[in-house]
Design a protein around this ligand. Structure first.
Ligand SMILES: [Zn+2]
Length: 335
């Protein structure tokens, strides 16, 4: 018997119509002894049909999804859907309000907190609610990310490869339907306490994606998300096909990340000079960049090189690095 979540809400997930409400996470502090962290949630429902659960603000400094979901909450009406759309646009609200990756309350990284803990700190309690209440209600899920403050991404939608071949096929079909210029298949991640892994464990057709970065807002990234969400809702059967608008020419380019050798890490602390840019095709052994030592200019810079061929899909945003920081990761065409 698992402990139930202490998060409560006046939102009724089984009621038709549009509700904009809050998840109330009890949080007793000096300025508010009986207070709650009020995390916004919207439910748009019209009779029987599939449930699509859309989420952003898992990391607070990743903004394209947060903007697109605010717009969707205001524009999507019950009369145009069949089934249910649940929107959690600022999943880790304290992080989203501070514009940072991890919660300033508990330093919790929501996307390293699944399956969560109902009696843990706020970040773990939120993960637990998503895992035990929201995921079991859903058929489709999209968790919208970007590179955050420290990384820049070429925008793409993504799926995670799990152990169920049938579910992988359904996720790949949803990824193609989303219609981003690039669709990335994650076959490797250094950490598995992720929302996407939890969603797969619940049998959901789950998508992700990185739609910008550098702690800024990509207008192109917002448009890709807005149009892609319409396409995903149509693919799920929640809205009519005709309502999905996409202005991208040509099919999605499918790519993948398959191992640790796709990533390059800073070999020393200093100031990183990249030798390639987003979208560049690179070869194994090619120079990735140089770490310079501005406090000791006579010392030769430390070089790092690519461990494999691929395309630069992600690069570090900040100039200063510590040893071990990821400076680039690659993607290759999906085989
Ligand atoms: Zn993220």
């Amino acid at each position: 018997m698992t402990t139930p979540s202490k998060i409560w809400s006046k939102v009724d997930y089984d009621k038709d119509g549009k509700q904009n409400g809050w998840l109330q996470l009890p949080h007793s502090v000096t300025r508010s002894a009986y207070g709650n962290i009020a995390i916004p949630i919207s439910v748009i429902r019209n009779g029987a049909g599939p449930t699509v659960f859309l989420m952003s603000g898992n990391h607070g400094d990743e903004y394209e999804g947060q903007i697109a979901l605010c717009k969707l909450v205001r524009t999507l009406e019950p009369g145009e859907i069949k089934g249910r759309v649940i929107v959690l646009p600022a999943a880790n609200l304290p992080a989203a309000m501070a514009g940072v990756r991890v919660s300033p309350i508990d330093q919790g990284n929501l996307n390293r907190a699944f399956p969560g803990d109902p009696d843990g700190t706020p970040t773990f309690a939120i993960a637990h609610y998503i895992d035990t209440v929201l995921y079991p209600m859903a058929d489709f899920h999209h968790d919208l990310h970007s590179g955050g403050s420290s990384l820049q991404y070429l925008p793409f939608a993504s799926m995670r490869q799990g152990g169920d071949a049938g579910l992988n096929r359904r996720a790949l079909a949803a990824l193609k339907a989303f219609g981003a210029p690039i669709g990335l298949v994650w076959a490797y991640s250094p950490d598995l306490r992720l929302s996407s892994v939890a969603a797969i464990n619940h049998g959901l057709v789950g998508l992700g994606g990185e739609f910008g970065g550098g702690g800024s807002v990509s207008g192109k990234g917002v448009r890709i998300v807005e149009q892609g969400l319409r396409n995903l809702l149509a693919h799920a059967g929640v809205i009519d096909e005709g309502r999905a608008v996409c202005d991208f020419a040509g099919p999605t380019r499918l790519m993948e990340v398959k191992g640790r050798d796709y990533y390059v890490y800073a070999p020393d602390a200093g100031l990183f000079e990249p030798a390639s840019e987003l979208g560049d095709d690179v070869k194994k052994g090619q120079l990735c960049g140089l770490v310079h030592f501005v406090d000791n200019p006579g010392r030769p810079p430390e070089a790092c090189h690519y461990d494999r061929d691929g395309m630069v899909i992600c690069k570090r945003h900040y100039g200063r690095v510590e040893r071990g920081d990821c400076v680039v990761h690659l993607a290759t065409d999906y085989a």
